[in-house]
Every structure is written in C-alpha cells, then in structure tokens.
Write a protein that binds this ligand. Structure first.
Ligand code: VGL
Ligand code: ZN
Length: 202
C-alpha cells in the first residue's frame, strides 16, 4: 500500500541473545520481521544510539544498579546496563536482519542527558526526532510497527504515532518484551486504549 510504512524498532545485537540488554525471545522474531520487510514497499529502521556514559546507563551513576530508577530533570527514568553504544558491535543491527530495503534509518538516544524510547519524541517528551515530519512529508498515513522491545521502544513509538495522527498497528508476534515490573501488560493496555491495532500474527 502506497500510504503505509513499516517501522522496525531497534533490532540490534545488544537487545538480542548474548547482548548487553538481551530481550527474551528477541532472536526468534528476526525471520518474522524479515517477512514483514519483504511484504512492505516502504521500510524505516530505528537504531538505539547512545554515546558512552549516557545518563540512562546505571554505570553513569554512583552506586546505581541496572533496572532501578533515578530522578532526571524530566522525571523518573529507568537505568539500564550500558547498551547500544555508538559505533560498537552491540549497536549494529542483528546480522540476519534484512536491512537493504530500508529507505530511512532513524537514530535516537544520542543526547547524553535524555533517553529516547520513542522514535518520535525523547523521554523529556519535548525533544523531537523529526520522524513524524519525514513520514508526513512522504504521505504515509498508516504505520505498522515491529521489533524491540514491545513494552518500551515499540510501545512508546506506536503511542506517539497515534498522537501524531497516524493509523497504527503493532504486529505482536514480530516483537519481544523486556517485561520489567509488569511493563508488558501495562503497555499492551495503554496501546489498546490509544486505539492501536494489535495483530497477533505477521
Ligand atoms: C530500549 C531500553 C533502553 C528499547 C532501548 O529499544 O526498547 N529499551 N533502550
Ligand atoms: Zn537505550
């Protein structure tokens, strides 16, 4: 469909088995994501792309452990293990991901003091990545999401896409969740409430 784009979120080594922030079941979605890429004319990829010492890394804080939270200028923020550091193998796309067809690659999380789960707006909820302008300029009205992680970057991106006025579907089978403190159930509910179509299968 000419007005539809597939957005593949953060299918990077650090989120896959053996990576610094491995999401359970991540590797298994790659063939399904590739099948979706094969079926779409317009494909956008996103890449989590943090500088060393990024504020979302627990290691950047004194005595902090990953998977706890800290108070940032913009609010409560989860602290993560160091992951997807710019230019490192962990930040590369999964070796089997079919990236050739991608028309656009959006990098996010590069401001040292601000995390960015969403591909549209950083976690301060104010700094914009420019993706909605790009998609609207290209005439897309319907976005299909897949990738990692369902309950963080996929969910936040999909919800922001709805707020930007797009029709939105998430192909749940082609995602995997971190599920930290009930985040999977919570974000599935939030996505449904936002009017996002949650497809079970690819
Ligand atoms: C992500 C946590 C930290 C994601 C990125 O891609 O879902 N989650 N950075
Ligand atoms: Zn990150």
């Amino acid at each position: 469909m000419p007005n539809e784009a597939l957005i593949v979120i953060d299918v990077q080594n650090d989120f896959c088995e053996g990576g610094a922030l491995a999401v359970p079941g991540a590797g298994a979605i790659v063939p399904l994501v590739n099948r979706l890429i094969g079926r779409h004319d317009h494909v956008v990829l996103t890449q989590d792309w943090h500088p060393p010492g990024h504020a979302s890394f627990a290691s950047a804080w004194r005595d902090a452990q990953p998977f706890t939270t800290a108070q940032f200028a913009y609010g409560q923020q989860t602290l993560w293990p160091d992951h997807c550091v710019q230019g490192t193998p962990g930040a590369d796309f999964h070796a089997d991901l079919e990236i050739t067809k991608a028309q656009m690659i959006v990098r996010k999380g590069f401001h040292t003091g601000i995390d960015s789960y969403s591909a549209f707006r950083e976690n301060d909820r104010m700094t914009r990545t420019g993706l909605d302008g790009y998609l609207k300029a290209r005439g897309f009205t319907r976005l299909i999401f897949c990738g990692l992680a369902l309950d963080y970057c996929v969910a936040w991106s999909a919800i922001d896409a709805r707020q930007a006025g797009f029709d939105v579907a998430v192909v749940q089978e082609a995602t995997a969740a971190i599920d930290l403190d009930g985040s999977k159930k919570r974000m599935l509910t939030e996505m449904r409430q936002a009017g996002i179509n949650l497809h079970a299968t690819a």
